[in-house]
Ligand binder design. Structure first.
Ligand SMILES: Nc1nc2c(ncn2[C@@H]2O[C@H](COP(=O)(O)OP(=O)(O)OP(=O)(O)O)[C@@H](O)[C@H]2O)c(=O)[nH]1
Ligand SMILES: [Mg+2]
Length: 449
């Protein structure tokens, strides 16, 4: 999970509040210091950290908790609010307001522009937009083919010419080309490699003035440290940055540097990249991000992801409802397990469930994923009737299924137990209640408060 270390450090700072008998000035100062350390270790711009923690401390010491909120909830809420403010408070979605909308991506070498463009094209295509991509990278050998290879399977066209050395010309011709083709969105990829940074920035300026993009997207590598802040400033001076995409927030990214770029440019983060695959792009919502970071759980984005998958796999709305209400049979479970696997590592999914937070040990999750595979093997040996109506599975059927799938009766029973548990769990998950809970941060369930 992205920013895992920062999340853990912040979470343990806040846990101190949950554990303490009383909340006094000394404790607040200690927690604020912990938060400070956690942010600086994650490469958040130092000046920003000092501003932020000063505000947290001031508010925590001065403001009285509103009625119905305990002092500890109050402090946690302040931390949450201030972190959210740092990231822009409200989600700002990418909007396609006119046809064609021209997007220009900029960023230094290797930040992930080309990969991100392919992901973004896919994201927009899924939402029904016709997308055209323009490669203006005349520096990196194979840049055009890299992009083409990524989107060819999706049937998305790339305009480019590996022989051409004039990036400005390519940008102009490419945008013209797709305008004539009547696409909805044109995304322009630019070079990150250059003789020197100054000439890279100059090329950006010229491309921008020739194609007049509706939005310039700065792509920032989530793994870079403190220099992110200045890098973002340099780009901002060249061309007005409309939004930011932070990449590589999977794995070992500290992320703080890139997040500081928001403050440097004043532009909102619209997406984050969470892997190398084409679907590893998530719309960014500061509130959700921070509650996830703090381990407050994030059921909303889980639901959103289900919804998106439902669309993608043409699972009908009723199916989703059925699933959430727990009225589902083994076939549904099978489909859902598959869907979950598609959603990415179980870890990612589990992290979005309130209360689970970081409390699940890594081993448990890995076992979980292994088990899913076994379950599928077992279900392949069940009859249609059994899958539809698992209640009929008696002992002799269990024996047959175990034999057929090369597993044991113990494992088959385990699967049935899991099914019953899942059925129960999802029955208890009421969509509306969850949304409400997410708003209230699950009563801060992750902290046991
Ligand atoms: N793990 C991970 N890797 C990513 C992500 N986004 C991009 N990458 C990887 O980062 C590397 C560089 O990505 P590119 O898209 O080629 O970067 P670029 O900015 O176009 O690079 P230049 O064209 O040289 O400026 C590739 O190996 C990508 O697979 C991400 O969100 N997560
Ligand atoms: Mg590139």
């Amino acid at each position: 999970m992205a920013l895992e270390r920062l999340g853990k450090a912040l979470n343990s700072a806040l846990r101190k509040l949950a554990r303490a008998g009383t909340i006094d000035e000394a404790l607040i100062k200690e927690v604020v210091r912990d938060i400070q350390r956690a942010l600086i270790q994650s490469d958040v711009n130092v000046r920003l950290v000092l501003q932020l923690t000063r505000r947290i401390q001031e508010r925590a010491l001065k403001e009285k908790p509103p009625a119905g909120m305990s002092p500890r909830e109050h402090v946690i809420r302040i931390v949450y609010e201030e972190l959210t403010n740092l990231l822009g408070r409200e989600a700002v979605p990418l909007e396609i307001k006119k046809k064609p909308t021209v997007l220009l991506t900029v960023g230094i070498q290797g930040s992930g522009k080309t990969t991100t463009i392919a992901k973004l094209a896919r994201y927009l295509q899924k939402r029904g937009y016709k997308v055209g991509l323009v490669c203006t990278d005349t520096w990196r050998p194979g840049a055009y083919f890299q992009l083409k290879q990524l989107v060819d399977p999706l049937g998305i066209e790339v305009f480019g010419n590996p022989e051409e050395k004039d990036a400005i010309k390519l940008a102009k011709e490419g945008v013209e080309y797709f305008k004539n083709k009547g696409v909805d969105v044109i995304i322009v990829d630019t070079a990150g490699r250059h003789k020197e940074e100054a000439s890279l920035i100059e090329e950006m300026k010229q491309i921008s003035s020739v194609i007049q993009p509706d939005e310039v997207i700065l792509v920032i590598d989530g793994t870079i440290g403190q220099q992110a802040y200045n890098q973002a400033l340099a780009f901002k001076e060249a061309t007005p940055i409309g939004s930011i995409i932070v990449t590589k927030l999977d794995g070992s990214a500290k992320g703080g540097g890139a997040l500081s770029a928001v403050a440097a440019t004043g532009a909102p983060i619209k997406f984050i990249g969470t892997g190398e695959k084409i679907d590893d792009l998530e719309p960014f919502d500061p509130k959700r991000f921070v509650s996830r970071l703090l381990g407050l759980g994030d059921i909303e984005s889980l639901l959103e992801k289900f919804e998106e998958l439902a669309q993608e796999q043409e699972i009908k709305e009723e199916d989703l409802e059925k699933f959430l209400k727990g009225k589902f049979n083994l076939k549904d479970m099978y489909a859902q397990l598959e869907a979950m696997q598609k959603m990415g590592p179980l870890q990612k999914v589990l992290q979005m469930i309130p209360g689970l937070g970081y409390s699940l040990p890594d081993e448990a999750i890995r076992v979980g994923e292994e088990k899913l595979k076994r379950y599928k093997v077992i279900m392949d040996s069940m009859t249609e009737e059994e899958l539809e109506n698992p209640d009929i599975i008696n002992y002799s059927r269990i024996k047959r299924i175990a034999r057929g799938s090369g597993t044991s009766t113990k494992e088959v029973r385990e699967l049935l137990a899991q099914y019953n548990q899942m059925r129960k769990m999802f029955k208890n998950l009421d969509k509306r209640k969850l949304a409400k809970m997410a708003k209230k941060f699950g009563g801060l369930g992750g902290f046991g408060i």
